[in-house]
Write a protein that binds this ligand. Structure first.
Ligand code: ATP
Length: 401
């Protein structure tokens, strides 16, 4: 349908980038990026006439269309970018697909597949992406790639680890000299934060973090940082615990990286930590979570480490106001198994406990809509957490007498 539409408008359309790479690797990829030779805004607006939600960026000749069911497709115009100086805002000229692909980061990301009816499925691969996938290597398109955009250092390490590719020799050499030359220092806090978020959103962030250490990336980004055995162990544990909790906390995915970032900083002295946090220019809410992760580990261990206590309801009361990312960090960072077990109990079970009776039931039992209902429900929850009330009958009996 996308292809038919392009054909009707006299444009050529291609799927490009990560999705083509992942098709060859047999990996799922839900991001659909399309490039048209023609005019992306005109292509997009033709969907608007069909009542679909479309947003268009005229200046960059790009935009997005949302299909029924919520599938989002990004559409760009094949274009050539001239970098006037490194890290500048690119100027946009309508031009050929080849130039569009040439401005991409790695050969394996610079392939396109035609989706027009007449040429459906034809692979466009000017730079040997298919060959490099076969050789399992990650290779830049030209020697200035990292200079043009130093975030590619972080992207490269992330893709290398996720896809099981190896940075090709010359690419690795260029990457190293970009790191050594201090180019990463020029990245804004915002871009750096976005890249770290992506790196620490991976299914297993540890290998990339280790590789960054090996290549000296951390040292350039956060001078004086120390990532030792405790930090590394915390990283690995975080990776192992993630799956257990992400489904319970729907908005957790966007903040999980804060737990990893805290692990990265946990062994460094206070002034280095603060400088690193400042470097990212975090919004206050995120900054608060990282500071809390690092500063309250001792208090958490003290509170939750007792041999016989605390009770489930005490664990719940202590952790309920903390962000799940902080709880996860503490569970992975502590060296004390009791503390870890209690936090994981909270994250997997206690946090979603509620009384079996609802407000409605209390009204039926004759409590009227009084403010007391909230307090009674809270009390029921506490008794249920501690296993004192086991079922609905217990709760009814408790409320009655
Ligand atoms: P992911 O699965 O992490 O989303 P992806 O390769 O699809 O991986 P995106 O960030 O969605 O990554 O980028 C889509 C495409 O845009 C990439 O495949 C690449 O071709 C290009 N791209 C993204 N960032 C850069 C960059 N910094 N420099 C050059 N090309 C880039």
């Amino acid at each position: 349908t996308l292809g038919e539409r392009a054909e009707k408008l006299g444009m050529r359309a291609y799927i490009v980038g990560g999705i083509v790479r992942d098709l060859f690797l047999g990996r799922d990829n839900l991001d659909l990026d399309i490039v048209v030779e023609g005019d992306a805004p005109r292509f997009l607006k033709s969907w608007e006439k069909d009542g679909l939600r479309v947003s268009v960026h005229e200046r960059y000749k790009t935009g997005t269309v949302v299909f029924p069911g919520g599938k989002k497709v990004d559409v760009a115009t094949a274009r050539r970018e001239f970098y006037e100086f490194p890290v500048a805002q690119p100027k946009v000229f309508t031009d050929s697909l080849k130039h569009d692909l040439y401005r991409r980061d790695f050969t394996v990301n610079a392939m396109a597949v035609s989706i027009n009816q007449s040429t459906w499925g034809v692979l466009v691969d000017f730079f040997g992406g298919r060959r490099d996938l076969g050789k399992k290597i990650l290779k830049v398109l030209h020697n200035l790639s990292f200079v043009e955009d130093p975030t590619r250092v972080l992207r490269g390490i992330r893709l290398e680890q996720r896809l099981g590719l190896a940075l090709e020799d010359n690419t690795l050499r260029l990457l190293r000299s970009c790191v050594r030359g201090g180019l990463l220092v020029r990245l804004s806090g915002f871009r750096l934060r976005s890249e770290l978020e992506l790196s620490f959103r991976e299914r297993f962030p540890y290998p990339a973090a280790k590789r960054m250490e090996e290549l000296g990336v951390w040292e350039v980004l956060f001078p004086g940082l120390r990532l030792g055995e405790t930090g590394r162990r915390t990283f690995r544990r975080l990776g192992a615990f993630l799956g257990r909790i992400s489904r319970d906390f729907p908005d957790f995915r966007g903040r999980q990286w804060l737990a990893f970032f805290s692990a990265l900083l946990m062994e460094s002295p206070e002034n280095i930590r603060l400088a690193a946090i400042d470097r990212l220019n975090l919004p206050e809410s995120e900054r608060g979570i990282v500071v809390k992760c690092l500063s309250e580990l001792g208090a958490v261990e003290h509170e939750l480490g007792g041999r016989s206590g605390p009770s489930n309801s005490q664990i719940y009361a202590f952790l309920r106001d903390a962000d799940p990312a902080a709880c996860l960090f503490w569970s992975a960072a502590t060296g004390r198994w009791r503390v870890r077990r209690r936090i994981l109990l909270y994250l997997t079970r206690l946090h979603r406990t509620s009384s079996l009776l609802k407000g409605r039931d209390l009204i039926e039992l004759g409590y009227g809509a009084t403010p007391r209902i909230g307090a009674i429900l809270e009390k029921l929850k506490i008794l249920r957490l501690d296993g004192i009330l086991e079922n609905r009958d217990d709760e009814v009996r408790y409320v009655r007498y």
